[in-house]
Design a binder for this molecule. Structure first.
Ligand SMILES: [Zn+2]
Length: 438
């Protein structure tokens, strides 16, 4: 018998790689934070002896979900301004509130609130874009979740930085600080084409190539954004990004609701990654990302919730369902984005976009043990004919029972093990009172 750290026996294991595959009555073996083996429970009992064993008889194990676009700290602005279009929402509500309240503590408390919500719905990695990424990094580190922190760059000053050079300088410092961290990585995060000018974008492109880190940016979120760029620059934002050399496999382009026929070839040629945020796009009436067409063109599409102020939750299970449903009506094809594709978008495709697919995004030998367990033995999900379909089309986040990141048990039977739930609720309430008294 070989001694290992943890064994999880499960009714179903859905590795995601290979796609559309489900193992029944299998066990997953963890040693030193990594997946050592996945084998039938019968064989496992003869081969391994673990310090800790979990018998999840009615559960499915999936790779930890990857939320590839968030503004985690904006959880403190959940519901502050609803039912508005993007530009009015941003310029009349979000930006003025941020100008008054956002500081290190706001971001630390808001990100911790977001992480607690994300872990409770099975998310093990998030890709963030916000001011004070140092505070978000600290929150992620304390919670033990995997995170890619955006080194935010925007033309206007904030409490975090005074101008684009200052944003870049502070970002590079943070990158250096976390360069060898096991759970934290960084990406440049120029906010959007309409808020970042050419000069900082050129610098970002050159640094991203040198440091080999992604560029995480909102792009073609609305028709209005494209029209304003045409009026101002005479070219669409995507063409401007091509001229500036930003189109590459390092680019994570968020939203992309405005695509023309030639764009598919362009995106494929440069290997650009797309992040689809269906619920935020629906809520702000931004438009529809044609994921069915992108998938036919073999363009990598990941999923994100966007911030909780435009969603209004960070629930990747419901995001998967929304993505699968929306794809069908947009493509006028019920077979567009089947359940297993939606699950890949929420896992391995996000890992690929972040350059983390050697570590996470699927349940595979030698990858890190980033795992989510979902109880399918509930009224709402019985009977189960096909576990992947049950997870995408009928499971809600309350059914997520356990989460491991790098083998560490961060959610144990729905209890957070590294975060004080009472304290977070208290902090969030206090911020809510402060923001609403403004
Ligand atoms: Zn966003």
């Amino acid at each position: 018998m070989q001694a290992v750290d943890t064994i999880i026996h499960a009714r179903w294991i859905i590795p995601v790689e290979p796609e559309n595959t489900t193992y029944e009555y299998h066990s997953l073996v963890i040693k030193q934070g990594k997946i050592l083996d996945i084998l039938s429970t019968e064989k496992c009992q003869k081969k391994y002896q673990a310090a800790v064993e979990h018998d999840l008889k009615s559960h499915a194990l999936i790779p930890g979900l990857i939320n590839t676009h968030t503004h985690a700290a904006m959880s403190l602005m959940r519901g502050i301004a609803d039912d508005l279009p993007l530009m009015e929402w941003l310029s009349e509500h979000i930006w003025p509130t941020e100008g008054k309240f956002v500081d290190y503590q706001f971001v630390k408390d808001g990100t911790t609130l977001a992480i607690a919500e994300m872990l409770r719905c099975g998310t093990t990695t998030f890709n963030d874009m916000y001011f004070f990424p140092d505070a978000a990094a600290k929150a992620a580190q304390e919670a033990g979740i995997r995170a890619c922190l955006g080194l935010i760059i925007i033309d206007f000053p904030s409490a975090w930085a005074k101008d684009s050079d200052d944003y870049l300088h502070k970002g590079l410092q943070l990158h250096e600080q976390y360069r060898n961290h096991p759970l934290i990585t960084t990406a440049f995060a120029p906010h959007a084409p309409y808020t970042v000018s050419d000069d900082p974008l050129k610098k970002i492109q050159s640094y991203a190539e040198k440091l080999d880190i992604p560029i995480h940016m909102h792009l073609h979120e609305t028709q209005d954004e494209v029209q304003q760029a045409l009026d101002k620059d005479g070219i669409r934002p995507i063409a401007r990004m091509e001229q500036l050399g930003l189109l590459s496999p390092l680019l994570i382009a968020v939203h992309m609701t405005q695509l023309e026929d030639d764009d598919y070839k362009l995106l494929k040629r440069y290997g650009v990654n797309i992040v689809h945020c269906p619920e935020s796009n629906l809520k702000l009436a931004s438009g529809f990302c044609p994921t069915g067409q992108l998938s036919i063109n073999k363009i990598n599409v990941a999923l994100g919730t966007d911030g909780a102020a435009s969603n209004n939750d960070l629930d990747m299970l419901s995001e998967m369902r929304s993505a699968a449903l929306l794809a069908k009506v947009v493509a006028k094809d019920a077979s567009a984005i089947p359940a297993h594709s939606a699950l890949s978008m929420a896992t391995i495709n996000g890992a690929k976009a972040l350059g983390l697919n050697h570590l996470t995004g699927s349940l595979k030998k030698d990858k890190m043990a980033d795992i989510t367990a979902i109880n399918l033995d509930t009224i709402e999900t019985q009977p189960v004919f096909e576990a992947i379909s049950s997870i995408v089309y009928s499971t809600n986040r309350e059914q997520v029972t356990d989460v491991w990141v790098q083998g560490k048990h961060l959610l144990n039977n729905r209890k957070l093990t590294t975060i004080d739930e009472k304290q977070i609720r208290k902090n969030a309430k206090q911020w809510g009172e402060k923001l609403s008294s403004d």
